[in-house]
Design a protein around this ligand. Structure first.
Ligand code: GDP
Length: 261
């Protein structure tokens, strides 16, 4: 559990407090890893209207985007989005969510780095500021009225509660785990998942050797600086610089994680 951050309890308490007032929970997933980004404690939302945004579709495999959207839409209102999605499309979707409330109160939640702040900014028609919010910023929570919706102006930050190597590796690949907290076993496993999705035949040592050399990431003696190469490579992968790849492809697993979380 080395990658489990210490501020989780605080973030959880804040979400629970705000939850009482919320009618619709907008769960943001990363389209590259819909299972891994659903691996949080879902029970806290069980009596809420839940909807899903599959975000960062520009970084994922376009065929899988469609497949995932169809699958999740079997049970929940679902929309494929990315940073270029028009505000109007997002608002139309949110306003179409079935609810018994006249001015439903909406919160945007998800694991770190899936794009919650970007989505809140878009809903509110704000062009910048407040991205990359940290847990704890929630003090002085604000509700903002937007076209008949009452939106919580603060992302609900959730943390993975299901500790499997597979989920940790995929969270690493999409930039949802701080690289410093990850051990070598997870790096190796994440590389295998990446290589399989990208059709890369090399192992991590071979690959980083060539990658590090090509980027000039060398130590004094001229050997490749493996740590630097590893850090830069995984950062680039999470930013989509090594292909539009979808790592989660198992629909059954999604429903299982959703049910158990
Ligand atoms: P949060 O931690 O969930 O609030 O995520 P942010 O909204 O801060 O976004 C995290 C990073 O992902 C930022 O660098 C955003 O610019 C970037 N980002 C957000 N949405 C998208 C998207 O749809 N596509 C791409 N390529 N990047 C995105």
């Amino acid at each position: 559990r080395a990658w489990y951050p210490g501020h989780v309890q605080k973030a959880k308490r804040q979400i629970r407090e705000n939850l009482k007032k919320i009618d619709i929970v907008v769960i943001v997933l990363d389209a590259r890893a819909p299972v891994a980004t659903t691996s949080f404690e879902m029970k806290i939302f069980k009596d809420k209207q839940r909807v899903f945004l599959l975000n960062k579709t520009d970084l994922a495999d376009s065929e899988y985007n469609k497949k995932w959207a169809c699958e999740i839409a079997k049970l929940y209102p679902t929309l494929l989005v990315n940073k270029d999605t028009k505000r109007k499309e997002l608002l139309t979707f949110l306003k179409s969510v079935p609810t018994k409330y006249a001015n439903p109160r909406i919160a945007v939640v998800g694991v770190p780095n899936v794009g919650k702040s970007t989505i809140i900014n878009k809903i509110l028609g704000r062009h910048k500021a407040k991205t990359g919010a940290q847990p704890g910023i929630t003090r002085g929570v604000q509700w903002v009225n937007v076209e008949g919706l009452t939106v919580l102006d603060s992302p609900g930050i959730l943390f993975s509660e299901i500790f499997s190597k597979d989920i940790a590796a995929k969270l690493l690949l999409i930039g949802s785990l701080p690289i410093e907290n990850v051990d070598d076993e997870i790096f190796d496993y994440a590389f295998k998942i990446y290589a399989s999705a990208a059709g890369v035949q090399k192992d991590i040592v071979q690959f980083l050797e060539e990658y590090g050399r090509s980027r000039g990431l060398l130590k004094k003696g001229g050997q490749v600086d493996y740590e630097k190469a590893k850090t830069l490579f995984f950062k680039e992968v999470s930013e989509g610089k090594h292909g539009k790849l979808t790592y989660d492809t198992d629909f059954e697993k999604f429903w299982e994680v959703l049910k158990n979380g």
